[in-house]
Design a protein. Structure first.
Length: 361
């Protein structure tokens, strides 16, 4: 059926945009995209047939052609998605809207159209029942009138009783003629609609074949996307493993950095100690030279002390020999010995000090 009807009788009453889906005919569970992008979805009203349709076209392809019946129900499955089942098309249509407000408006319009279709069906049934009742009444009254006209044989009876019956029969015949004319008109209309339906069925068959081809195409694309998705997942897992390794390396680098800082701190401490030792090393030669000088002085003092001791012994010998002869020299010798003992003590103390200083160094 043409998406934009060529008849002036069918006019759009509500239009919106949405992504169109159809239920997978094989699984009856998964949704298959019927449009690559958001397309126009419209309600159409046929004033001649008093019927409502939902029509949507993607390019030159009809993706929705659903006649609204009182038994249909539009269900909101989420905040932006709704669906309804079409038994004539043997499928379930789904619409994805950009906003919840648009979905609500579409659902309200669906309910309004559904009630209008129900009211139109009830009115059509009432007309059919009224026409049927009129036909039955005409069929029952015609034989009775005929019998009345055949039974009454005199002209007076015909004049007295045949007049109203003929008028009633005439009115019934007029009603039957009108009903027959309406029936003929309805037959022509139904023939036209039947031809239209045949053409629609042919177009729907073509559209169904195109849909089947599109389904196969989408299945192939879905398989390709699935394989690509699997490859991306494996790649993501590899990248996650690499990220974990990188994180471990970062932790090890952080530990090495901390260790390096500790070693640098220790190295600075060692450098300070080495600097102090260098300073001390610079003092040691001076101390060694002083120690050698003191040692030389000590050796000289010891030598001098030995010489003095030798002299003392010589003097004592001389004193003993000349004790009796040089009494005047005793006093000087004694003084000299006292001074000598003091010097010896000083030298001895100085030697002990030098020895202690050498040991400490």
């Amino acid at each position: 059926i043409s998406p934009v009807p060529p008849y002036s009788r069918e006019q759009p009453i509500f239009t919106t945009r949405a992504h169109v889906f159809q239920i997978d005919p094989s699984t009856k569970k998964n949704w298959v995209p019927a449009s690559k992008q958001a397309v126009t979805v419209s309600y159409f009203y046929d004033s001649t047939r008093n019927s409502y349709r939902i029509i949507s076209v993607d390019g030159a392809k009809v993706i929705i052609n659903s006649t609204i019946t009182p038994n249909m129900t539009f269900t909101k499955t989420s905040q932006k998605f709704g669906q309804w089942a079409d038994s004539r098309a043997n499928t379930v249509f789904g619409l994805g809207f950009p906003s919840e407000q648009q979905l609500t408006k579409f659902a309200e319009k669906f309910q309004e159209v559904k009630e209008a279709a129900k009211l139109a069906r009830d009115r059509s049934q009432e007309k059919i029942e009224t026409s049927s009742n009129h036909s039955q009444e005409s069929g029952r009254e015609t034989p009775s009138s005929t019998r009345a006209s055949s039974v009454n044989g005199t002209d007076d009876e015909k004049a007295s009783h045949g007049g109203p019956a003929e008028a009633h029969l005439k009115s019934e015949n007029d009603k039957l003629k009108i009903a027959l004319a309406q029936s003929s008109t309805n037959v022509k209309k139904w023939e036209t609609e039947l031809q239209t339906l045949r053409e629609s069925n042919a177009r729907l068959s073509t559209a169904l074949q195109e849909s089947a081809a599109s389904i196969e195409h989408w299945k192939k694309q879905f398989s390709a996307c699935k394989e690509e998705n699997d490859q991306l997942r494996s790649k993501i897992e590899e990248l996650e493993e690499q990220c974990n390794e990188i994180n471990k390396e970062k932790e090890r680098n952080a530990q090495l950095s901390r260790r390096l800082q500790e070693l640098e701190t220790e190295l600075q401490d060692k450098e300070l100690e080495l600097e102090e030792l260098r300073k001390q090393g610079e003092i040691i030669p001076q101390l060694m030279s002083e120690c050698e000088t003191v040692s030389e002085q000590l050796q000289a003092a010891e030598k001098k002390n030995k010489d003095l001791e030798e002299k003392v012994r010589t003097l004592r010998t001389e004193v003993e020999e000349s004790k009796h002869r040089q009494t005047n020299l005793k006093t000087e010798l004694k003084n000299f010995l006292d001074v000598l003992d003091g010097k010896i003590d000083e030298l001895h103390d100085f030697r002990q000090g030098l020895s202690k200083l050498g040991v400490d160094n």
